[in-house]
Every structure is written in C-alpha cells, then in structure tokens.
Design a binder for this molecule. Structure first.
Ligand SMILES: *Cc1c(COP(=O)(O)O)cnc(C)c1O
Length: 270
C-alpha cells in the first residue's frame, strides 16, 4: 500500500503510529481508573488530543486507527489549524483552544468543520465569530453550528486569557448576550487552564478547578430555565493535572504532551 494519502500527506512511520496509539490508550486507561476511583461515569469524560506543533500525520495516525476512530482534535494556532484542516479528512471535528486575535476570526470561521471554540471570553469576538459563521452558512449549508465554551481565568493571572473568575456579572452578561444574539453558536460550557502552582499542588484540591465548578453552579442557578446539569460541560485538566480535574467533575481533558510527546518551540514563529 502506498504511504501517500490523497493530499500528498506522507504517513507517519509505523513506530510513530504505534507510539501514538500506545500513548492514547495509556491515557484512556488512566481516565478509566480515575473515573472508577472518583465515582464518575467515564462516558462523561472525553479526551481531547491537543496536536499543536505536531505534524498532520500524527493526527491522521490516530484518526485512522480502527480501534479508536478518533474524530475530535484540538489546536491552538489559527494558521496551523487552517493548514491541517485543509489536508486532513473533512469529518474531523476541530476544537480551537488558543488565543484568538480579532483579525483572525474570519479565517477561523471559514473552517467548515469547526466543531468547538473553547477559548472565547470577549463579547465582541463572540459576536464577530457568530456573524462570520452566519454569513458562511448562508452561502453553503455544510458549516457546523459551532459550539462555544467560555474561557474563565480562574487563577486570575494577568497573562492568562478568560473572564475573571470573580467577575460573575461579566460572565452572566456575556452569556446572556450570546444566548440572545448569537444564533449560529451554541453555548456548551466552560473552559479553564488554571495556575501552574495549583496544578503542582498534589497534596490538596486544585482551587482553580473548584472555581470552574463553582461558576457552573452559579450559571445553573441564574439560568435555570435555559440549562440543566448536562448542558454545561467543563473542560479542565491537561497532561499534568487531569486526574484531579476528573475528581472535580471535568468532562473534557485536553492532552498534548502525554499523547504526542514534548513540543519543540525552537523553530516556530508563532
Ligand atoms: C497546549 C495546551 C494543552 C495541552 O497541554 P499538555 O500539558 O501538553 O497536555 C491543553 N490546553 C490548552 C489550552 C493548551 O494550550
């Protein structure tokens, strides 16, 4: 069999494919164990492979593995997402999880199979994404209705994106305007990263994850007519802290390093 697929994408080596599948299976076995330990239904905990800086054929390897049938992948950079989505299968459900500059929103909106954006917090950008999706779907009917997670800055660190945890009025305002005015987006929940200190705090509870759970409770109380428990998913937990995130109720853990290996930032311009 040829090692080329239709867009000239060279397949990863058999060793690399095996390694990726092994790593993914290892994570899911840890998720299963954590779910059991913390009395969670493992069906409510998804693993999102985060493939930033990694080649498209790494993604293809996981996509093509018949035992896994992975379709959801997460990317942080618009340019990388545009390139990868143009050469990878059209039924991949992309999650954008990175910083979004205003002038890149129309590029992001042009990706038909953009399943979810997890990193929005500013109304202006949310409305802009909605308007671009609306325009695109008027021209072609195969644009997915994109799901949105609002990013919350639970650690309130200045370098982190998201609505500040303590600014509950802002969170409510963004959410209610989005529900009223953005009919081409679907609100699906909340995302946070949390501080490195809390992530390393192996002894006790991760405060930042607790804060995300708290915001969910506050939204459920305030918007009780609109939402019930299962309508608001929580995306929290990465390679170094996903077990604690599962303990606290995470529905999606975003895993880069533990699946794809360490990232090489040295020759990247973005
Ligand atoms: C890079 C990234 C991840 C994955 O991080 P790892 O520690 O490599 O698992 C998850 N979420 C966001 C928002 C990221 O930028």
């Amino acid at each position: 069999m040829s090692n080329l697929v239709k867009n000239g994408l060279t397949k990863a080596s058999p060793q690399r494919i095996e390694e990726l599948i092994h790593n993914y299976n290892h994570i899911t076995s840890l998720v299963t164990a954590a779910a059991k330990k913390f009395n969670r239904d493992k069906e409510n905990i998804k693993v999102l492979p985060v493939s930033k800086f990694k080649p498209a054929n790494d993604i293809l390897a996981l996509y093509e593995e018949p035992e896994l049938k992975l379709r959801h992948f997460g990317e942080n950079y618009i340019q990388e997402l545009i390139e990868k989505s143009s050469i990878l299968p059209a039924d991949i459900q992309w999650h954008f999880i990175g910083a979004l500059q205003s002038n890149k929103i129309k590029h992001l909106a042009s990706i038909k199979n953009l399943y979810m954006v997890e990193s929005l917090s500013e109304l202006k950008k949310i409305k802009s994404l909605n308007d671009h999706r609306k325009k695109n779907s008027e021209e072609s009917n195969d644009f997915l209705k994109t799901r949105i997670l609002l990013q919350i800055n639970t650690s309130e660190e200045p370098q982190k994106a998201g609505i500040l945890y303590s600014d509950t009025n802002k969170i409510f305002e963004v959410l209610s305007v989005m529900l009223k005015e953005c009919d081409h987006l679907t609100f699906s929940g909340l995302m946070t990263i949390g501080s490195t200190d809390q992530s390393k705090n192996n002894a006790g509870e991760n405060e930042d994850f607790r804060k995300l759970v708290d915001i969910k409770k506050q939204i459920l109380a305030k918007f009780s007519d609109e939402f019930s428990e299962n309508d608001i998913e929580l995306s929290m937990g990465m390679s170094s802290d996903f077990e604690e995130a599962i303990r606290q109720g995470s529905n999606e853990i975003r895993i880069g390093t533990n699946i794809f290996g360490a990232r090489d930032y040295s020759n990247k311009t973005h």
